[in-house]
Design a protein around this ligand. Structure first.
Ligand code: CMC
Length: 434
């Protein structure tokens, strides 16, 4: 990296120090403060990483003010219109969209890793049947390192590639297994003559006594959901994967950490929370109750948020939410559900919020999770599986970011510092004197 200027910090009684400033290909410049502690004995303080770039990356770029999302330079709108999920995976992993031959080869390599070890079933049986699928999935993904340890040398690029393919290929199988287990139905083995997404839908919805014929409009809609969720630069779960992987642990363990982080309602759990919110409002009277609900959201003491709204980076309409709303129309039309009351309610709520000063002032717009729950529900996916679907789609982003970190010559174990304001040294007293 070549420095494009300097930033000067003045501190103490008139001391000053200079730091190099680096520019990316697009987006804000960064001040390289790696020498700050060595030179001044001070740390920076930035809880929540509001102003801190934790790494360099070439994978995904977001312009939150413009509402722009690029994977390897390609606008998400173009990828969603012209590519399928596996082409997008190739792009994120290897940096380029595949040509026909590369695509055929990649699809073949992914497809031939879709089965999981039969012993995974015994592991799965250890879970309570009513366990949340995300609890099960965190365990299953972590357990992959116990099953696929022939490719765990993180310094070997071929091992890293096989682990990446295994994760992308086996996630649909594991997500579908966790669903079937919750229902008490037999697992459905993958079928390699189907597309990635059609195969997943079949594993979710077929039974041994009844074949499932994937509906192309619905397959395309789910494939689009996968594309829209595939990566989102240094969000909480991706940063978790990077931090966990920075210790040199194996990729399955690092991705399991990402799945665990994604589960939270402020992150991947938001689509589940959003659908629950809409269902609650509907149960309490629907559109007529929107004013009351929005008033609660605006009350700082209520602890109620409008789920599916707001984003740390987007201060404009999340471009994924626009595409998701289109997909929502397509799916509901294909299923003859144009008058779906939850969809109507969500559009009415969106309108109320976008015209309300509270949301306007804070630049709170719908994010990807606002409509994705309605689409998934229409596809027949139960609410408790929503975050599992998000994990499936985000796996490629996590593994691409992990690969990028391991191959980065500047890669170091992640180790944040702290501002300590607890007790200073004190002496332990015997228990009868405390
Ligand atoms: N409803 C009501 N008020 C909100 C909301 C919301 N959804 N989001 C932010 N605010 C308010 C917040 O109360 C604060 O107001 P004030 O300045 O008066 O204290 C202000 O807006 C700034 O909020 P913040 O919590 O400081 O913002 P953040 O960047 O830390 O949080 C967020 C981002 C996504 C966690 C938050 O907007 C949120 O909780 N949204 C709802 C959950 C959600 O939809 N999450 C999915 C994110 S997109 C999918 C993904 O990438 O995982």
């Amino acid at each position: 990296m070549e420095s494009k200027g300097k930033a000067t910090l003045t501190y103490g009684d008139g001391k000053s120090i200079e730091f190099p400033v680096f520019g990316g290909s697009v987006g804000p410049d960064v001040i390289d403060i790696r020498t700050l502690y060595g030179k001044t004995g001070m740390f920076t303080y930035d809880p929540g990483f509001l102003s801190t770039a934790s790494c360099q990356s070439k994978i995904t770029y977001i312009d939150g003010d413009k509402g722009e999302l690029l994977y390897r330079g390609y606008p998400i709108e173009q990828l969603a219109a012209n590519c399928d999920f596996l082409e997008t995976c190739h792009l994120l992993l290897y940096g380029e969209l595949p040509n026909k031959a590369q695509n055929a080869d990649f699809v073949d390599r992914v497809t031939h890793h879709t089965m999981v070890s039969e012993q995974m079933q015994f592991f799965l049986r250890g879970f309570r049947r009513d366990a949340h699928p995300m609890a099960v999935l965190t365990g299953l993904v972590g357990a992959m390192s116990a099953f696929y340890h022939d490719s765990l040398d993180i310094n070997n690029p071929q091992d890293r590639d096989i682990s990446a393919l295994r994760l992308i290929a086996k996630m649909p199988t594991l997500v579908a297994m966790s669903y079937k287990y919750s229902l008490g139905q037999p697992y459905i083995y993958p079928r390699n003559d189907l597309s990635y997404t059609a195969n997943f839908m079949r594993m979710m919805f077929a039974t041994p006594c009844e074949e499932y014929k994937p509906n192309e409009v619905l397959v395309r809609a789910l494939d689009r959901i996968f594309i829209l969720h595939a990566d989102h630069e240094q969000n909480a779960s991706t940063s978790t994967v990077r931090l966990c992987g920075s210790s040199g642990t194996n990729p399955f363990a690092a991705i399991a950490a990402g799945v665990a982080c994604l589960w939270g309602p402020a992150h991947g759990g938001a689509n589940e929370a959003c659908l629950n919110m809409l269902q609650d409002i509907q149960a309490q009277g629907g559109v007529a109750k929107l004013g009351e609900f929005v008033a609660k959201v605006k009350d700082p003491n209520s602890g109620v948020r409008l789920m599916g709204f707001g984003h740390r980076v987007y201060k404009n309409y999340d471009p994924r939410a626009k595409l998701m709303r289109e997909t929502c129309y397509e799916v509901l039309n294909a299923l003859g559900l144009e008058n779906d009351p939850l969809f109507k309610l969500s559009m009415a709520l969106e309108k109320v919020a976008l015209e309300d000063d509270y949301f306007v002032k804070r630049k709170l717009y719908p994010n990807v999770d606002y409509y994705s729950g309605i689409v998934q529900k229409a596809l027949g996916i139960p609410v408790s599986m929503f975050t599992g679907i998000f994990s499936l789609a985000r796996t490629v982003g996590w593994i691409a970011q992990w690969q990028e970190m391991i191959s980065d010559p500047e890669y170091k174990i992640g180790r944040p510092r702290q501002l300590f304001n607890g007790s200073t040294t004190r002496q332990v007293k015997p228990i009868d004197k405390r």
